[in-house]
Ligand binder design. Structure first.
Ligand SMILES: [Ca+2]
Length: 306
């Protein structure tokens, strides 16, 4: 089977960890590189988590550390969701694997340059590295097939009434990515809040008999504990949606639209403005995903830990 080449730019992050497990286990994806961005926690922690996870999943895949702060703003993190380390109380095995001695932006450029085919870039954190790449290496844009992102929301944010976390952290970067001319698939809160894992799903992962299954169950449970405290049932697995979309787009439903990023609003900074009625008269730049087959998604995740 011909595999889809992907680069994953992430900020692990409980749900990023599950997204990486899904990507590396899929026989449909060829993960070429993993780059870490700051977001859920600081870059030191997200990068270390990415390195340890990749080391467990496939030692040979290069990992590079990204920018420590957004393009023009001070970093905002979410340790109350992901724990100080980024993946709850889970301790990943130490690794002798080291970071590439180039930056995330340079690793993305190197990977694209060396790839014969166009590459799908999956982004599950703030878009600082990707914007940095687009500004530094515009000549390599044509090597990108599509950006598949977890970020944004048409209908209500999770940091402010209108902004989703990943876009909120670095709206200027998101603006650059959404205006790059490269097709974007946006798995925002509209769909990811439907990608909910229940107790029974988590137990099934834990009982899969693999170490990865146990780690996945532990990190989801940490996030579950967080959401339990807020009175919600089940935990949305945001980031794995972006990976699952690349593996099986048929599992999702969405609509094409022009999406603008609010970078200036007093109350709305970081909002994704989905122009469903084409009021701006601009060419569609995004497929906005609204729905998924939850049961299929969950069984895909369960298979991935086995
Ligand atoms: Ca993330």
């Amino acid at each position: 089977m011909k595999k889809i080449p992907v680069i994953i730019d992430c900020d692990p992050g409980c749900d990023d960890a599950v997204a990486l497990i899904l990507a590396f286990s899929s026989e449909k994806l060829d993960v070429k590189a993993v780059t870490a961005s700051a977001g859920n926690v600081t870059i030191e922690n997200t990068a270390q988590n990415a390195l340890r996870l990749v080391s467990m999943l496939n030692e040979n895949i290069p990992v590079a550390k990204g920018c420590g702060s957004p393009l023009m703003r001070t970093i905002v993190t979410a340790p109350e969701v992901h724990g100080e380390s980024g993946i709850g109380g889970v301790v990943l095995p130490k690794t002798s694997k080291t970071f590439e001695n180039i930056s995330a932006v340079e690793l993305i450029a190197k990977t694209l340059r060396e790839s014969e085919e166009k590459v799908n870039i999956i982004v599950t954190g703030p878009m600082t590295n990707i914007a940095g790449f687009l500004l530094s290496f515009p000549e390599l844009k044509e090597k990108i097939d599509q950006f598949t992102i977890m970020g944004g929301a048409d209908n209500g944010g999770n940091v402010t009434p209108s902004a989703e976390f990943n876009i909120y952290v670095d709206p200027e970067a998101a603006h650059i990515v959404f205006n790059s001319g490269i097709p974007i698939v946006m798995c925002g809160l509209d769909v990811t809040l439907k990608a909910v894992a229940y107790d029974s799903d988590i137990e099934a992962m834990r009982n899969s008999g693999t170490e990865i299954g146990k780690i996945a169950a532990d990190v989801i449970e940490h996030a579950f504990g967080y959401h339990k405290g807020s009175g919600k049932v089940g935990v949305p697995l945001h980031d794995p949606c972006a990976v699952a979309y690349v593996i099986c787009p048929e599992m999702f439903k969405g609509e094409d639209a022009y999406v603008a990023i609010e970078t200036k609003g007093e109350y709305t900074s970081g909002a994704t403005i989905v122009d469903k009625n084409n009021k701006f008269g601009k060419k569609h730049n995004t497929k906005v995903i609204y729905d998924l087959d939850r049961d299929k998604f969950m069984s895909m995740l369960l298979d991935s830990v086995k």
